[in-house]
Design a protein around this ligand. Structure first.
Ligand code: F6R
Ligand code: MG
Ligand code: MG
Length: 366
């Protein structure tokens, strides 16, 4: 029987502003998830938070995009909003629940979703990455490093099971189109596309030799659903590790550099993505800097064993310091580009309202 790992997340309210998810909300969600284990809908779960986003990580046997599973997640978020977020007057209670009623698939309704289904190997390690204050395209550079760059992933060169390369499925979030690019032969074409992270998003990666799923990411762009700014999408990513996939250490190696991502304060700024342990899964300085947490699990007989807090290690201190240095530097620019996003992406923020007020001040130039 195949096992499905689902990660479904939403910002349904946070404490002290957009800082973090209070324990009451996580405890409520955990109690609900435990009830669904009792009924047999899901097999196991882990509830946590990435900054102000509530994260439901769980296993089941119903495959990806299953309506009952998505409805369960929708119910957990809606009930938690009604019974906890609103009662405690949490900040932005229910923010990511953009639709009134569930309609078959939680994608397109606000919450972010990443799911993979596979036949369990003799031993099946996975990593789940969850970011706050950024967008799905933020994973592009990390996924390229993990599955396409031999300077990051030694196995691409050394391990015959990975040597054929990987196939990247890229989604154009504006046109709603997708394309498969096969590495190494399509490397330059892939890079030509995924360098535009705001539009092109890597949705999944498969091993070329047998089509086996290697990674899946959430692709929700809240602003494109709502047509206005409703907080950043704060993406999630599941990656399979070892035995013909990149080693866990190769996957984590990609996070040793603080790449600039779009999001941060008011979803309007570039900033470095800082890998942090769970205890630092909150956003502070300038509502950031954008952060990522990483949890490692074994998937065993359909259940999650773990987690391991992957960035809770001095080996990542240097990248955190580096991210702080970058923060210091890029913040110097205040409201100027390239710290602030370009005009195209600012369309979905509150800036156009300010610009509209200024319309009457413009006169024909001499
Ligand atoms: C970014 C984010 C925050 C808010 C900021 C202003 O995704 O959620 O940076 O944009 O704190 O929030 P409001 O407008 O609610 O005061
Ligand atoms: Mg928020
Ligand atoms: Mg968030």
């Amino acid at each position: 029987m195949k096992t499905t790992v689902s990660v479904i997340k939403a910002d349904i309210g946070s404490i002290a502003g957009h800082v973090t998810v209070p324990d009451e909300l996580k405890e409520f969600a955990s109690r609900k998830m435990a009830e669904y284990v009792e009924t047999g809908l899901i097999n196991s779960f882990y509830v946590t938070n990435a900054g102000d986003d509530l994260q439901l990580i769980f296993t089941h046997n119903r495959g990806v995009d299953n309506p009952e599973i998505h409805e369960m997640a929708w119910k957990v978020f809606s009930e938690a909003t009604e019974k906890v977020s609103k009662r405690l007057k949490l900040y932005a209670a229910g923010q990511d629940l953009l639709k009134d009623a569930f309609s078959g698939n939680i994608k397109g309704m606000g919450p972010g979703v990443a799911e993979i289904e596979f036949e369990e190997r003799k031993s099946d390690p996975i990593a789940v990455f969850m970011a706050d204050k950024t967008e799905p395209g933020a994973w592009n550079i990390y996924l390229y490093k993990i599955f396409g760059d031999p300077f990051n992933t030694a196995g691409l060169v050394i391990d015959p099971r990975m040597h054929d390369g990987f196939v990247f499925r890229v989604l154009d979030v504006v046109e709603g189109l997708e394309a498969d690019l096969s590495l190494p032969e399509d490397t330059y074409d892939l890079l030509a596309i995924i360098g535009t992270q705001s539009r092109y998003v890597i949705k999944e990666v498969r091993r070329k030799s047998d089509g086996e799923i290697a990674a899946a990411a959430s692709t929700t762009r809240l602003s494109l659903i709502a047509g206005r700014y409703v907080g950043k999408d704060d993406p999630v990513l599941i990656v399979r590790a070892q035995s013909g996939f990149p080693a866990m250490g190769e996957i984590l190696e990609a996070f040793s550099k603080p790449y600039l991502v779009a999001g941060w304060m008011r979803g309007s700024h570039y900033g470095p993505l800082m890998p942090v342990p769970l205890r630092y899964s909150k956003v502070t300085r300038f509502d950031g800097p954008p952060r990522v947490i990483g949890l490692g699990f074994q998937v065993t007989d359909g259940r999650l064993i773990g987690p391991v807090d992957l960035f809770d290690d001095p080996a990542f201190d240097r990248v955190r310091e580096w991210a702080s240095d970058v923060t210091e530097y890029i913040r110097l620019h205040g409201p100027f580009m390239p710290h602030r996003l370009g005009p195209e992406e600012m369309e979905y923020t509150t800036l156009p309202q300010v610009l509209k007020k200024l319309e009457g001040r413009w006169e024909k130039a001499d």
